[in-house]
Design a protein around this ligand. Sequence first.
Ligand code: SF4
Ligand code: SF4
Length: 69
Amino acid sequence: MVVVKINKNLCKGCELCVPFCPHSSIEMSRSLNDYGLHTAYFKKGYPCNGCRDCAIMCPEAAIEIFHVQ
Ligand code: SF4
Ligand code: SF4
């Protein structure tokens, strides 16, 4: 199982990660983080193949991918 963790207070809302997910599993939130920015989040229940493309694309290193049993 893969867990995608996006740190909302590191995210700057650039949206770069969104189109890189092959499963369209990341989108932008309507709510704001502590800095008043709309941030990316992983859509609950959506698939993740653990490709790390989103994490690699993020210029803020806000996304971490964990493989858990
Ligand atoms: S690791 Fe790959 S499949 Fe998973 S959310 Fe990121 S881009 Fe999408
Ligand atoms: S690429 Fe990083 S900084 Fe940009 S929206 Fe995605 S998580 Fe946020």
